[in-house]
Design a protein around this ligand. Structure first.
Ligand code: ATP
Length: 250
């Protein structure tokens, strides 16, 4: 479904993503794990087209020089030079880290806004019903202003907004960041529900433990480079992975 070939991203002369290649197949839940500054957000922003958009804005405004190399192939099409809105229409939708929501809008209006590129009201209605099914906790919060929701609820809204855009490939950048264990559970359980809808998920996290039972394949990155990959079982048998990403020392 998605093929990333030799992706390199530089901010000025500093490398953020270093020759990354990987494939995401339909129905997968792929985890990309790495510590602070490993390049997770840059990778997600590049796949969603945001890095390209920022690069072009910087070029116009004479700001920071950003370079992007490599190929990004989605469903057989080279999307490397395509803008974010084009990618959203094709089905690549990003739920960004630290759940940015529109604080003064109600929960439901936030969700509707997530589907703003979709013109068919019936499809939006069906998406809303699905989102409330995946996150039952949001049903009773429909009319509440998003700014008054907890961090966990805001993360559900943020993922809900991405789902409202009707994705085929859902990108989730550190969806568990800063959440309580209960909120983490709700988000993690949503992964299986989302996968059952036929969606493919590519997500990043610093800490692998809560996500690991759900992934089909995982990659570990450090300083922008791929250092290890494997199935859930393979990664969990590796002592370095266990101590760095699971907090387990043998
Ligand atoms: P975190 O978990 O802290 O969010 P991350 O794995 O998402 O980290 P990135 O935010 O992609 O990592 O950062 C990768 C590297 O690129 C880091 O060294 C970071 O300092 C650098 N970087 C990120 N954004 C910029 C930018 N706009 N300008 C310059 N350097 C940047």
């Amino acid at each position: 479904m998605l093929e990333i070939k030799n992706m390199l991203v530089f901010y000025e002369n500093a490398i953020a993503v270093n020759d990354l290649s990987f494939t995401v197949n339909e129905g997968d839940i792929i985890g990309i794990f790495g510590s602070n500054g490993a390049g997770k957000t840059t990778l997600m922003n590049t796949i969603s087209g945001i890095t390209l958009h920022v690069k072009q804005r910087m070029q116009r405004e004479g700001g920071q020089h950003i370079s992007i190399y490599g190929e990004q192939i989605f469903q057989g099409e080279d999307i490397s030079n395509k803008m974010p809105h084009y990618r959203v229409k094709k089905g690549i939708v990003l739920s960004r880290e630290r759940h940015p929501v529109f604080r003064d809008l109600t929960v439901e209006d936030n969700l509707i806004l997530g589907g703003f590129l979709i013109k068919d009201k019936q499809i939006i209605k069906e998406s809303l019903a699905l989102i409330y099914e995946i996150f039952p906790a949001l049903t009773r919060l429909k009319k509440r202003k998003a700014g008054f929701c907890s961090g966990g609820e805001q993360e559900m809204i943020s993922i809900g907004m991405a789902l409202a855009a009707n994705p085929k490939l859902l990108l989730m950048d550190e969806p568990l960041l800063g959440l309580s264990p209960t909120a983490q559970d709700q988000v993690v359980q949503a992964l299986s529900a989302i996968q059952k809808l036929g969606l493919t998920i590519l997500l990043t996290e610093q800490y692998a433990r809560p996500i690991m039972p759900y992934i089909t394949y995982g990659y570990i990155i450090e300083n922008g480079s791929l250092i290890m990959s494997g199935t859930r079982e393979e990664l969990m048998q590796n002592e370095e992975v266990l101590s760095a990403y699971f907090g387990v020392n043998k």
